[in-house]
Design a binder for this molecule. Structure first.
Ligand code: ADP
Length: 622
């Protein structure tokens, strides 16, 4: 018969421990998807079996009945170590250690121990001697402990110690992250050890009573609190790799209930709260500074956006990224919130944008100005072309009439008038040359100058040019020579323009050389598979200063200061010649040594292509 009237305090405590453990077992089972909950269910059941078995051992009177319940307790006792180890492995992210190969090995010892317990009468290996003590409030079984019992103790201690070391090490190594949780879990680790040490050492104030199940019941409570209250163990193993404590970005890890499980130093600084203030609390507390951010992103799982806080000088721009954290099976576990202050970058971007806009506006203005300048230039060229045309007509008339006058004067023998009429004719001719050059230049600039390509005889052309230039050369006491090394018989080009180029260059050579030598060399060369005619006009005259060479082919340029007075000229001859050469796909290269002479080399393709690609002239000074 049960002696309910004598139930001592520890029986009540044991019953409470059993009930608590059962409740935790049910609670944990309902959350069995959370890491660590399954071993916790096993631990809770084991502790409940142990506790209730112990209660029933204590409250029953019969020796056999008591022994039966003492044996039942061993189902719990051997399972506790196993469940404890399993719990420690799972929550420290070593769940994979429990597999098909390791579980059967781990089960060998408990099964052997259970067999020994239930067959103790045959060998006495667990309890060699059992006495029923009846002089206290309750009849109690006093056990002598045999080899099997100590084997069971060793097995249990190895399991418990391994689990305890794993838990303690893991949490001690991450002190910041687990500060709150470490203390709770460490609180849960020690009661069984204390209870067991008291029982084994005999220091227990209630002799014969094993306090270990009470210790384990307390552990179950602490473990359940640790994993279900904070969910820390669920989320952190996944997030750990992503969270870098010293990142400049603010980082927060929240669980699926929006409770903060971790944050880094940058986040602490930005949110103006310490980690210990925030961990375990709802995210609302953390983002109290930024209520609109909270409102906008509270329930979003994937975000990559910018948000702005503050106004005026206090305004800051942040780049926010929220990503969901999932376990290996893809179940949603929480969120990783990362933000970066990009205010400076935004300011630079804005400055760049403004600068760009200014540049675009400037470019538009410049384009308009260029357009206007081009229009003006075209208008000028058109005007000049028209004017030149208008001037040529009366000039031709002046020249014609002056020649007529010369004939009339010769007939009437008024020789005194001949020099005056010759002066009129010279001035008219000079003016006509000038007008012709201006007209040519205007046409080129207005894009109206056209090429008239034809096949012509090169030796004949050279002969004609020399015939015109010879008298000019003689005027200055120069000797004009022609050297033909490899004279091409014909070329396909604009003959008039080629003649004009040669005439311009040869007349310059004879004009700027006194008592010297002017040489025209003609050659034929192969360049890149194409045949070129090379006319080279060399003189031993004044030469051109190096700093004046770059202006040589610019229109209206007369590089020598004394040129207009001494030699006359328009400053258009070289510019027009270079343009003509370019139009035919060729170029003029000038080489000059002041005081020694100049060489102008005209390079033209033997067959001028259509359309041509103008080449850029190069100038050299030797
Ligand atoms: P211009 O009608 O004045 O001769 P050009 O364009 O033919 O105009 O020549 C421009 C200037 O280049 C000349 O005024 C002269 O100063 C210089 N120049 C051209 N050819 C020679 C040369 N062979 N020797 C020295 N100076 C030259």
């Amino acid at each position: 018969m049960t002696q309910f009237q004598n139930i001592p305090v520890y029986v009540v405590l044991l019953a409470l421990a059993g009930s608590f453990s059962s409740a935790i077992g049910v609670f944990a089972w309902r959350r069995h998807t959370i890491t660590g909950s399954k071993p916790l269910v096993l631990l809770a059941i084991a502790v409940a079996v142990w506790s209730f078995g112990y209660v029933l051992e204590l409250v029953t009177n019969q020796f056999d009945t008591k022994l039966f319940w003492a044996k039942v307790q061993y189902f719990g006792i051997v399972t506790v170590a196993l469940a404890w180890l399993g719990f420690a492995l799972q929550v420290t992210a070593r769940g994979q250690w429990l597999n098909r190969r390791t579980i059967p090995l781990l089960l060998i010892s408990p099964i052997v121990i259970l067999l020994l317990v239930w067959t103790n009468e045959l060998h006495g290996l667990i309890w060699p001697n059992i006495t029923l003590i009846t002089d206290g409030l309750l009849p109690i079984l006093d056990f002598d402990h045999g080899l099997g019992f100590w084997a069971c103790i060793v097995y249990s201690y190895v399991g418990l110690l391994t689990g305890t070391v794993l838990l303690v090490l893991t949490f001690v190594r991450a002190p910041h992250l687990y500060r709150g949780q470490a203390s709770i879990l460490l609180l849960g680790v020690f009661p069984p050890w204390i209870g067991n040490a008291l029982y084994i050492s005999g220091l227990n104030p209630w002799s014969f009573i094993d306090l270990t199940p009470l210790g384990f019941a307390l552990s179950c409570c602490a473990m359940a609190y640790g994993i279900f209250r904070y969910r820390l163990l669920d989320v952190v193993p996944i997030a750990r790799d992503l969270v870098i404590e010293h990142m400049e970005d603010g980082v927060i890890v929240v669980d699926q209930h929006n409770r903060i499980v971790d944050l880094n130093t940058a986040a602490e600084q930005d949110l103006k709260h310490t980690a210990s203030d925030l961990i375990g609390h709802a995210i609302d507390a953390a983002f109290a500074r930024w209520p609109d951010v909270l409102e906008r992103y509270l329930h979003k799982t994937e975000v990559a956006e910018e948000f702005i806080t503050g106004v005026g000088r206090e305004q800051r721009v942040f780049d926010l990224r929220i990503s969901s954290l999932r376990d290996r099976r893809g179940r949603y576990n929480g969120r990783l919130v990362v933000w970066r202050d990009i205010t400076e970058r935004k300011r630079s971007e804005e400055a760049l944008r403004l600068q760009n806009e200014e540049l675009i506006a400037l470019h538009a203005k410049l384009s308009m100005a260029k357009e206007a300048a081009e229009t003006a230039s075209r208008a000028k060229s058109t005007f000049l072309a028209n004017m030149s045309h208008e001037l040529r007509t009366p000039l031709t008339a002046i020249l014609g009439y002056s020649q007529l006058l010369k004939i009339q004067i010769a007939k009437t023998h008024q020789t005194a008038l001949i020099p005056d009429v010759a002066a009129i004719e010279d001035a008219g001719q000079h003016l006509l040359n000038l007008v012709t050059s201006v007209l040519d230049m205007s046409k080129i600039e207005a894009g109206k100058m056209e090429l008239y390509l034809e096949t012509f005889d090169v030796p004949l052309l050279v002969e004609q040019v020399i015939a015109i230039i010879q008298p000019l050369a003689k005027q200055n006491g120069n000797t004009l020579t022609v050297q033909c090394h490899n004279l091409p018989t014909s070329m396909y080009a604009d003959m008039t323009k080629t003649r004009q180029i040669l005439f311009n260059l040869l007349s310059n050579a004879t004009k700027f050389t006194m008592q010297g030598l002017v040489t025209l060399s003609v050659d034929c060369e192969l360049r890149n598979g194409q045949e070129w005619v090379i006319f080279s006009i060399a003189d031993t005259g004044a030469g051109i200063a190096p700093d004046q060479m770059k202006h040589l082919f610019q229109e209206f340029t007369q590089v020598a200061t004394q040129t207009p007075h001494v030699y006359g000229g328009t400053g258009l001859g070289l510019a027009i010649s270079q343009r003509f050469c370019n139009m035919m796909g060729g170029e003029i290269i000038a080489v000059s040594t002041p005081g020694k002479g100049s060489t102008f080399t005209v390079c033209l393709p033997t067959t001028v292509p259509k359309p041509h690609t103008p080449l850029i002239p190069t100038e050299k000074v030797s």
